[in-house]
Design a protein around this ligand. Structure first.
Ligand SMILES: Nc1ncnc2[nH]cnc12
Ligand SMILES: [Zn+2]
Length: 335
């Protein structure tokens, strides 16, 4: 298969997205519309000016703009519109199942109640299920630059919705905020029956991945790129069939890699790691699911088997039931 055919194959395959911050899918056009609707002053005069501000040299550069951008999200309708726009967009990429992150502390700290954010997101989930049969799960992330106490407080606020939250995650500024800082709140989330995921090894060292495995007891690893610096860690991740939610265009935009030709996704597959493709914050990083596939297909020497494995891994690594996973894998085999 040449690259054009391989891209058409990737586009046609059913897939799941497992690493998507809903606030990072806020397109500049919607940001402007919500700013006007909510009478919020933005430091930009036009959509073009917003887009040109999206130049980052590391994770923190991005996070500063990301937290500022979410200030336009005020009402349940705003969160509904944001989520519906994302679900409609990735439907066109043949994404059939999503496990979405949201950052409640990014909203409650601005005086927007937990229920406003989650209410809008869950209503969009229900509509997407009815309208186009998409399945969805919600993962609530703790902001790691804040104290563990604040994470406990957020978990408490989540109590009325725990039956509609699949898991907890850990995001925001990685270096200086190791997973071990959140050991107790993750233990509590586990007692409550929630799945556990954490960003680790995006900018942070392999030790952070070990902490996420040993101290947080994660079910899935977000990013994990820097695991490749440690042979014993690679072998363990392979042995434990740990899913890595890898985000190629994010890695490029945040300078985790210099160029997509040096992206480690092919190496990860060759090592036997259960890697998946995801968009992270697509509005900020230049593309949704299929644009991430296009980026790696253009830059790397991926085979048809590699592309299929990436899509299969997205369901294997999901929090769907075994039966649901089998059904999705059977659909992949039909393409
Ligand atoms: N890529 C990322 N890493 C850490 N925190 C984030 N929050 C949103 N996107 C993130
Ligand atoms: Zn992320």
């Amino acid at each position: 298969m040449n690259k054009t055919e391989l891209m058409a194959y990737a586009a046609a395959l059913p897939k799941a997205e497992l690493h998507l911050h809903i606030e990072g899918s806020l397109e500049p056009e919607l940001m402007f519309k919500l700013a006007q609707r909510n009478k919020i002053e933005l430091p930009y005069k036009s959509v073009e000016e917003i887009r040109s501000a999206y130049q980052f040299s590391n994770l923190q550069d991005f996070l500063d703009i990301y937290y500022q951008g979410m200030s336009v999200l005020q009402t349940e309708e705003d969160f509904f519109d944001l989520t519906m726009a994302y679900l409609n967009r990735v439907r066109a990429d043949n994404v059939r199942h999503v496990e979405i992150f949201f950052d409640p502390q990014g909203h409650t700290a601005r005086g927007v109640p937990f229920g406003t954010a989650i209410g809008g997101i869950l209503t969009a989930f229900s509509l997407a299920k009815i309208q186009f049969g998409m399945t969805t799960k919600l993962i609530m992330c703790f902001l790691r630059h804040l104290p563990e106490e604040d994470a406990f407080d957020t978990l408490k606020q989540a109590e009325p919705w725990l039956d509609q939250i699949s898991g907890v995650g850990l995001d925001s500024s990685e270096v200086g905020h190791p997973p071990s800082k959140f050991e107790r709140v993750f233990a509590r989330a586990k007692e409550l029956g929630l799945k556990l995921v954490a960003h680790a090894g995006e900018e942070g060292p392999p030790e952070y991945v070990y902490e996420a495995l040993d101290q947080l007891t994660i079910d899935r690893l977000d990013h994990g790129n820097r695991s490749l610096e440690d042979q014993a860690l690679i072998e363990r991740l392979v042995r434990e069939e740990m899913t890595l939610t890898v985000c190629p265009l994010s890695n490029l935009k945040l300078c985790v890699v210099d160029d997509l030709t040096s992206h480690p996704i092919k190496r990860m597959l060759d090592l036997g790691l259960r890697a998946t493709i995801n968009s992270d914050d697509p509005s900020y990083f230049g593309g949704y699911m299929n644009e991430n596939f296009k980026g790696i297909i253009d830059a790397l020497d991926l085979s048809k088997d590699d592309v299929r494995t990436l899509c299969e891994n997205s369901f294997r690594g999901s929090f769907l039931s075994d039966g649901e996973k089998r059904a999705q894998l059977a659909k992949i085999a039909m393409v």
